[in-house]
Every structure is written in structure tokens, then in C-alpha cells.
Design a protein around this ligand. Structure first.
Ligand code: BV8
Length: 234
């Protein structure tokens, strides 16, 4: 592998699949369990807050039953050893990258383990269930906390940081994402627009955008990602 100075990695649900976290479009996909319009939009939350809170309470509680897999651990090894610029942008709302040891990490779609107070706008760590009685750790008011998750129709977090990193990088790697949801699915186009970076897709099967990548390897992340990290660090 050529020497790289600046790497951006995008991860999706596929990197957590082997940890037992359901993906969105697989046979056991979460969206299968619920229509996305029913649970992952501000309108759904306004219409039926209890259903939406329950959907996220179930997933937040599920984090205690899963653990990072070799793909998460390999990215943390890269993070610790790579002396160039690195940004891991994850679409995932689970905490497996952090628990695997990653540090240079950005959750563009928010996190299950955070709550957002609509009364005082504070974001707080939150690992318990959220409901109408939940009290904001900052302002103390109850009944104003929502999951700190970016829903459809809402602006993802960190877009300026991400766009700047995509413009500077000389390697863009997409891991475990189907390339269905924007703006994340458009990152490869941004990288190609700047015309400098090598691009690599590591996915179980070809994604919707696989043709945009200069290189693609298909198989389970727990095998592909550690092997790729070895190549970069050698
Ligand atoms: C915005 C948090 C504007 C919630 C999520 C029409 C056309 C284009 C775009 C749109 C459109 N209509 C609407 C839009 C915009 C919309 C969008 O893209 N919709 C899609 C459905 C068409 N996007 C938005 O609304 C975004 N916001 O546009 O804001 C704006 C502008 C100004 C001001 C304000 C607002 C916000 C989108 C964020 C939504 N929130 N997550 C939650 O988690 O509950 S999205 C959620 O779904 C995930 O975060 C992720 O992004 C996406 C799921 O995708 P993947 O991660 O790729 O998962 P998936 O299951 O699809 O695929 C898994 C892959 O892994 C597969 O390829 C599989 O092969 C692979 N795999 C499986 N196992 C393994 C594996 N790979 C390796 N190893 C394995 N073992």
C-alpha cells in the first residue's frame, strides 16, 4: 500500500453486523421491524413519542448484549498507530467503535447513549430508558428529552468537518454500508470530485455506489478490515 498522509473512513451498519447489531436492509433489518417513517423522523416523534422512545430504548438496552468485533478493534489499532490525519465517520449510533478503542471518531447520525433536551438544548450521556419522566441532567426539567439521533430530514452532525476531511484525504475507505442514505452515500462523489484520493470499498457485497470506488473487496468486515489495516501499517 502506498504511504498515505490523510485517511477518511466511513462506516455503516455492516461493520457492527458480526457483533450482532441488526443492519437496516438485511433480512433481520431493523427497518423490517418498523417502517422507517414510523420511528426515525421528527414527525414520527411528534405523532407518537412513546413508540419512538421505545424503539430507541430497545436498541440502547441492546448495546449491553453486544461487543466490538475484529473490524472495530482493527480500526482502533490503525487509529493508535497511524501518524497521519485520520477521521472515522460513522453512520452508526452504537458505541462499538469507542468500546473497540477508536478515538478520532465522528458520529454523523448521533448516538444511542446520548439524550438531547429540547428545553435547554443540552446533550447529555444517557444509557437508561428515555420517557416522559426523564429529567434533563443540565436544566432539571422532565418531559423534554429525545434521543440524540439524527432522523430523516434532519441535518447530520459534523458536516463541515467531514467535508474538509474529504477534500484533504488521499485515501477514502467505505466499510459496511449499502450507500442508500445521503449525504453519507454522496461522500465518494465528493472524494472523486477532488480527484486526488484512492478509494476502497470493504463490504459484504457490492454496494449501490461500488462502481464509484477505484477498488472494492467483498467479504465480512471482521476479515477484510484487519487485513487492510495490516497493509496500511506495514
Ligand atoms: C438530510 C439514525 C437534509 C437513525 C439514520 C431522495 C433521494 C436522496 C435523498 C433523499 C431522498 N429523500 C430524502 C432524502 C434524504 C434522506 C435520505 O438519504 N433518504 C434515503 C432513504 C433516500 N437523508 C436524510 O434525511 C438525512 N438528512 O438529508 O437532511 C437537510 C438539509 C438542510 C437542513 C436540514 C436537513 C439524514 C439521514 C440520517 C437518518 N438517520 N440513522 C437510526 O439509526 O435509527 S440513517 C441509518 O440508515 C443509518 O445511520 C445509515 O445511514 C442508514 C443505513 O445504512 P447502512 O449503514 O448502509 O446500513 P444498511 O443496512 O443499509 O447496509 C448494510 C451494509 O452492510 C450492506 O451493504 C451489507 O451488504 C453490508 N454488510 C452486512 N453485513 C456485513 C456487511 N459488510 C461487511 N461485513 C459484514 N459482516
Amino acid at each position: 500500500m502506498a504511504k498515505y498522509r490523510s485517511i477518511v473512513i466511513l462506516t455503516g451498519a455492516g461493520i457492527s453486523a458480526e457483533s450482532g447489531v441488526p443492519t437496516f436492509r438485511g433480512p433481520d433489518g431493523l427497518w423490517e421491524g418498523h417502517r422507517v417513517e414510523d420511528v426515525a423522523t421528527p414527525e414520527a416523534f411528534a405523532r407518537d413519542p412513546a413508540l419512538v422512545q421505545q424503539f430507541y430504548n430497545q436498541r440502547r438496552a441492546g448495546l449491553a448484549r453486544v461487543a466490538p468485533n475484529p473490524a472495530h478493534v482493527a480500526l482502533a489499532r490503525l487509529d493508535a498507530a497511524f501518524d497521519g490525519e485520520l477521521l472515522i465517520v460513522t453512520q452508526n449510533v452504537d458505541d462499538l467503535h469507542e468500546r473497540g478503542g477508536a478515538r478520532r471518531l465522528l458520529h454523523m447520525h448521533g448516538e444511542l447513549n446520548k439524550a438531547w433536551c429540547l428545553a435547554c438544548d443540552a446533550r447529555s450521556g444517557w444509557t437508561a430508558d428515555l420517557d416522559d419522566d426523564s429529567r434533563c441532567p443540565s436544566c432539571g426539567r422532565a418531559g423534554h428529552l429525545r434521543p440524540d439521533i439524527v432522523w430523516f430530514g434532519e441535518m447530520p452532525y459534523g458536516m463541515e468537518t467531514i467535508e474538509a476531511a474529504l477534500a484533504r484525504c488521499d485515501l477514502f475507505v467505505s466499510i459496511g454500508t449499502s450507500g442508500n442514505v445521503y449525504p453519507a452515500a454522496g461522500f465518494i462523489s465528493t472524494v472523486r470530485y477532488h480527484g486526488r484520493a484512492h478509494s476502497l470499498e470493504l463490504n459484504l457485497e457490492p454496494s449501490g455506489g461500488t462502481g464509484w470506488f477505484r477498488e472494492a473487496r467483498h467479504g465480512p468486515a471482521s476479515q477484510l478490515v484487519p487485513a487492510w489495516v495490516d497493509e496500511v501499517l506495514d
